[in-house]
Design a protein around this ligand. Structure first.
Ligand code: UDP
Ligand code: MN
Length: 266
């Protein structure tokens, strides 16, 4: 048995996850979406009504020191974000709850998707990839290819792996600058690379527009600013992609006319 999995710890990400659920339905996904829900959040009922299975989970058991080092305030101070902005509702500590998916042993394999992603063409074939497969953290230049982005990945649930991960994660003084993403790249040094079309980061739109091929792109991932944020500094630049997200969220279909990406700068 397989499942798509996402993580929701608050109302904002529940809203994102609903767009994700609708996008999976839109692309005739063969497997359901399991929502790992840490804490009660308004919006979980709507996800259940949309056919998601809600699995309540506690935040992972992490030491007080670890939690302090990865609080929003200290994480932003120790590893400032220089390329984009995280919304106020993003708590870096919550990212580590993703690791709970390794406890879902009822599934032979899962495809994890961030709640700020939408699927625009079917991605069922990802279940044919082994653990650990992820796409590059590509949004600025070629130099991005050596890092992975943890917004989309293929994993094989196993409680043994989960326990081993927690051991490796919460070492004395451990600090993971980009939270689960840095950790997963370290834990799986031989990660398998997926093509960027499985996790196309929204900044590709303006930084690498020559890579924006609507026919090829399968997942759009709205990293940094979220398309449902009231006001964010990149609203103008990302307007067409925000409209695309909104259309999927509201209608469960792609807009009839997909916008053309900006001209590449010379
Ligand atoms: N997440 C969450 N609550 C939080 C932070 C993160 O539910 O406070 C989940 C959610 O699924 C989100 C993912 O973890 O999509 C990773 O965070 P985010 O997508 O904001 O990070 P980015 O893609 O901008 O690096
Ligand atoms: Mn994300």
């Amino acid at each position: 048995m397989f499942s798509y999995v996402t993580l929701v710890t608050n109302e904002d990400y529940a809203l994102g996850a609903l767009a994700l659920a609708r996008s999976l339905a839109m692309t005739n996904a063969a497997w359901p979406l399991t929502v790992l829900a840490v804490r009660e959040a308004p919006g979980l009922d709507a996800l259940a009504a949309a056919g998601c299975r809600i699995v309540q989970a506690d935040p992972p058991p992490l030491s007080a020191g670890f939690r302090q080092r990865h609080s929003r305030q200290s994480q932003h101070a120790r590893a400032p974000f220089t390329k984009g902005n995280k919304p106020a509702f993003h708590d870096p500590l919550d990212n580590f709850a993703k690791l709970r998916l390794w406890q879902l042993e009822e599934f032979d394999r899962v495809v994890f998707l961030d709640a700020d992603a939408i699927v625009i063409h079917n991605i069922d074939r990802l279940f044919g990839y082994p653990e650990f497969a992820a796409a590059p953290n590509l949004y600025e230049s070629l130099a991005d290819f050596h890092r992975l982005n943890s917004g989309v990945f293929v994993a094989q649930p196993s409680r043994r792996t989960f326990d081993a991960m927690l051991q490796a994660l919460d070492q004395p003084d451990a600090f993971w600058p980009r939270t689960d993403q840095t950790f997963l790249q370290t834990y799986f040094p031989d990660w398998h690379g997926l093509p960027y079309i499985y996790n196309t980061l929204q900044y590709v739109w303006f930084n690498l527009p020559q890579l924006w091929k609507w026919d090829a792109i399968r997942v759009i991932h709205y990293q940094y600013e979220k398309p449902w944020e009231e006001n964010h500094p990149k609203r103008e630049q990302l307007g067409p992609l925000i409209e695309t997200w909104r259309h999927v969220y509201e209608h469960g279909t792609l807009p009839p006319h997909l916008p053309s990406p900006p001209e590449p700068s010379p």
